[in-house]
Unconditional design. Structure first.
Length: 499
């Protein structure tokens, strides 16, 4: 059986803890790989390698760093099919979706290639007689990233390219459910000329996570995952004096007004709810239909959802693949089976779905629940699967109030032809990312990604300007050089004069 080991100090390092986790092919249910789970000593080794590398990488020139990143970008582009194949094999998403994930990760590598402009400081001359003041940004040191299973390449690439471009060194702890893509990303970075120890991949479970959160040589931690774990990451790392950005879960709503193009809204709802089998934090999982359009909108969503082809991710005909594990599949199914008892109309029931020839895979079909109440489990919880809830509201104001009452505030969307309503919505809705007739408003790389409320813990969003600021810290330098013609001024205990 294949074993995925750690990548520490520029080379593969076999696990020594004796503990391994299973990695399955979601389409077949078969265990195809085992992944080494790190011990506390292996956490120390990864951090030590990063700390040693920082001594030279942290003082390297911007030109040297960006030269590596340009070569890295070219290698990632050339190997994008190989990366996508690993994602499909271990996560289960269809190959085209995996390629899209790699493309969105490449956006941040490209942003990192242009880091020279992002790190420019500021200078004010002659603020006082012969006094200049400058502001600069400097790297932090060793930083860590803890990433989820649903985007095993994209989310790591949202973190480490910017971090290392800013002069930091990085320890990545990817999900143990689909670990192979992270190792390939690290190997390609080494091939691009990244010095040993600048990027390390440490596989593991809670032992590895806690080791990084408590390690005195880790200056900052980035995290993407569920809200309970994000809260734990933020609390624990902050208590240890670390800078933290912890992105949590979501219950993203789409408000559909009576004037909306219902065909466009239905297309968007199906794409945003069921793409990547619903296993993404930006999935639309709740549609709020305003006024009398609800029945017609549900009919159009149902018609489209019934045509989605479900099958193995490596089958070009498949539009949706299986879920990551059998346990997760069963948890998602439980929300559908319990929905009717909590007052919902089950328009489509995807539980019990199988694919011929792959009966042991982690399959589930598309589910559509109508007339869902805000106190039902299917609405309150982040299901993280192909389940779409439809709620009803009489007015725009009622719909917005319903959405703002959610404890989550990650992403949201409105579908309307009314510019005035759209403008009100983007100002009144309590969420970090807003789409206007765009169902999945993931920002491009030079804007920052992040939510509000229980969807984000910490002050910084990920990538974009916020990402650069997170991985650097500011310093202000005040300088006075005496004019050679002046005599020594003597000692003055007062504040410097500004005029």
């Amino acid at each position: 059986m294949k074993t995925v080991n750690h990548w520490i100090g520029g080379k593969t390092v076999e696990g020594t803890s004796g503990n391994y986790g299973p990695v399955t092919d979601p389409a077949t249910g078969a265990v195809t790989t085992q992944v080494a789970l790190a011990s506390p000593e292996e956490v120390d080794a990864a951090v030590a390698a990063a700390k040693d590398a920082y001594a030279t990488w942290g003082t390297s020139s911007l030109a040297a760093r960006t030269a590596v990143l340009f070569r890295y970008r070219a290698l990632l582009d050339a190997r994008r099919d190989d990366i996508a194949a690993l994602i499909t094999a271990e996560h289960g998403k269809v190959h085209s979706d995996a390629l899209g994930e790699v493309a969105r990760g490449l956006e941040i590598v490209e942003l990192a290639c242009g880091i020279t402009t992002q790190l420019k400081g500021e200078l004010s001359t002659q603020v006082s007689s012969r006094v200049d003041v400058s502001s600069i940004r400097q790297s932090l040191g060793v930083v860590a990233g803890i990433t989820p299973f649903n985007f095993p390449a994209m989310v790591p690439m949202w973190m480490f390219p910017l971090a290392i471009a800013c002069g930091n060194t990085f320890v990545l702890k990817p999900s143990e459910k689909d670990p192979s893509a992270a190792n390939l990303l690290a190997e390609l970075a080494a091939e691009a000329g990244l010095p040993d120890g600048v990027l390390n991949v440490l596989h593991g479970d809670k032992v590895a996570v806690d080791g990084l959160l408590n390690h005195p040589d880790v200056a900052a931690v980035s995290f993407v995952g569920s809200t309970p774990i994000a809260r734990y990451i933020h609390t624990t790392a902050s208590a240890n004096g670390k800078r933290v950005q912890a992105l949590g879960g979501a219950k993203n709503h789409m408000l559909v007004l009576p004037d909306a193009d219902l065909d466009a809204a239905a297309d968007a709802a199906v794409s945003a709810a069921y793409g990547s089998a619903g296993e993404r934090c930006m999935a639309i999982s709740a549609v709020v239909a305003v006024g009398a359009i609800g029945d017609e909108l549900v009919t159009r969503i149902k018609e489209r959802a019934e045509k989605i082809k479900i099958g193995p991710g490596n089958d070009p005909a498949s539009e949706m693949g299986p879920l990551i594990t059998a346990a997760h599949r069963d948890k998602v199914a439980s929300y559908v089976t319990g929905a009717a008892a909590q007052g919902a109309d089950v328009v489509l029931d995807g539980t019990g779905y199988t694919v011929e020839g792959f009966e042991d895979g982690h399959w589930i079909g598309l589910s559509l629940l109508d007339h869902v109440s805000t106190d039902s489990d299917a609405y309150k919880d982040e299901i993280f699967g192909p389940v779409l809830c439809v709620l009803r509201a009489e007015t725009y104001e009622e719909g917005v109030a319903l959405m703002n009452a959610s404890p989550f505030g990650n992403g949201t969307a409105i579908f309307t032809r009314d510019g005035g309503a759209a403008r009100r919505f983007q100002l009144e809705i309590e969420a970090g990312m807003v789409g206007v007739n765009v169902p999945i408003p993931v920002p491009v790389g030079y804007h920052s990604f992040g939510g509000w409320k229980d969807s984000l813990f910490g002050d910084h969003h990920i990538y974009g300007n916020d990402g650069v600021h997170f991985y650097t810290r500011g310093k202000v330098v005040t300088t006075r050089w005496p004019d050679p013609a002046d005599a020594p001024a003597g000692v003055d205990l007062g504040f410097p004069r500004n005029h």
